[in-house]
Design a protein around this ligand. Structure first.
Ligand SMILES: [Mn+2]
Length: 409
């Protein structure tokens, strides 16, 4: 059987107020054609379907339009969607009662039976185009604290997977597992992935997955990558750069073929880039004069507004430069780009919290962990130790997650 694994769509995402909708439309149109062209039996989307727990109307209609077209155009296609840490479990599962056809399975949160977590309830039987059952899928979503057995920490995650996989083994078919998590050894994209904690751990071990699972389809890390482990484990990655740090990735979807013996082979299909993503300079920062020169030399073809390249600029500053914005704008005069932001690299400053806050343009760069560290320095003249920092990060991560209470009864 053949499945397509894709992830981290972040429908509804905005980049400094620029809408990514046209990029999502281009990606989904391409994906729709791909599903047909490669005759995929199954499409698996491993979380962060939406960028926020309360997605916009256009973001939701984009998802439903895609799903209905994909199912209508491909008679045998099955689709499995799981919730990520950005998704509201309840909102994702909202249309559940309409999904009587059985070809679309949405798992926003770990299923419950009689109020108790029931990881066996995640198992979905996958069929090939002849209609034969040909794999069992453990459709495990992002796991929240309330899903885990109390007091077990990360071992609870292993227990939930073990129970679900045991359930899947009963069908004696190749097993596919999904997840939305950060595994040790995975390469992160600092600006665009929120830190997550599962069972109190920032990253889990790939030993979580048994060697008899044919393929582990993961979401959360935005760079497409394989992670070493007892079996074939892969992050599909996001469909296009969600931030400037992802601009050099070759975003792709994975086409996974699983033979009757359960052996998986992978073919990566690069996703065409609808909108270019530029940074000046390419790495680090340059003096204002060097940046101006480089900007003037940019050669950009005329194009529709929503295809104009995104641009980030990073300037070294030794003193305050009141004309910075105007000088950048002038250097970019008539160039068809969308300027996201101008990063100011202040050299020689002592980086006090008050200095950073005083410069409004730097506010977007302030991370809660930075503020915490600077306040700690101000108060106690030292950095917070590792344990305190980790606890703080965990609290922030919990505060950013859409609430579990939103889940349907
Ligand atoms: Mn995520």
């Amino acid at each position: 059987m053949r499945l397509i694994h894709t992830s981290d769509w972040h429908l509804g995402q905005e980049l400094h107020d620029f809408d990514r909708g046209p990029e999502h439309d281009a990606f989904l149109a391409w994906l729709l054609l791909l599903v047909r062209r490669v005759e995929a039996d199954v499409l698996v989307v491993t979380g962060d379907i939406y960028d926020s727990g309360n997605p916009s109307v256009p973001a939701q209609s984009r998802l439903y339009r895609f799903l209905s077209r994909a199912l209508a155009l491909n008679d045998c296609l099955q689709i499995v969607l799981i919730g990520g840490n950005h998704d509201s479990p309840g909102r994702l599962e909202l249309p559940r009662d309409l999904l009587t056809e059985g070809r679309l399975r949405v798992v926003g949160a770990l299923p419950r039976t009689g109020g108790r977590p029931d990881s066996g309830g995640t198992v979905v039987t996958l069929h090939d185009r002849r209609g034969d059952a040909s794999a069992s899928c453990v459709a495990m979503p992002f796991l929240r604290a309330a899903d885990l057995p109390p007091g077990m920490g990360a071992a609870g995650v292993r227990a939930l997977y073990a129970e679900a996989v045991e359930h899947a083994r009963a069908a004696r078919l190749p097993i596919i597992a999904t997840g939305h998590m950060h595994l040790h050894g995975g390469e992160i994209s600092e600006l665009s992935e929120r830190r997550i904690y599962i069972g109190g751990e920032a990253a889990l071990s790939s030993e979580l997955f048994d060697s008899d699972i044919s393929y582990v389809a993961l979401g959360h890390l935005h760079k497409p990558q394989r992670v070493a482990g007892p079996t074939l484990i892969r992050y599909a990655g996001s469909p296009f750069p969600m931030s400037v740090v992802e601009r050099a990735y070759e975003h792709s979807v994975a086409i996974v073929d699983i033979d009757d013996s359960g052996t998986a082979t992978i073919d990566l299909m690069p996703i065409p880039r609808h909108v270019a993503f530029l940074r000046v300079p390419d790495e680090g920062s340059s003096t204002l004069e060097a940046v101006e020169d480089q900007l003037r030399m940019l050669s950009i073809d005329a194009c529709a507004l929503d295809r104009r390249p995104f641009l980030e600029v990073s300037v070294q500053l030794f003193t305050a430069e009141p004309n910075l914005g105007r000088r950048i704008e002038e250097a970019l005069a008539m160039k068809a780009v969308r300027l996201l932001r101008v990063e100011r690299q202040k050299l020689g400053g002592d980086g006090l919290l008050a200095d950073v806050i005083a410069s409004k343009s730097d506010l977007v760069d302030l991370k809660p962990a930075d503020v915490f560290r600077r306040l700690h320095q101000q108060q106690f003249r030292t950095d917070p130790d590792e344990e305190l920092s980790a606890l703080f990060d965990e609290v922030v991560a919990a505060a950013l997650e859409p609430a579990r209470e939103e889940q349907l009864a």
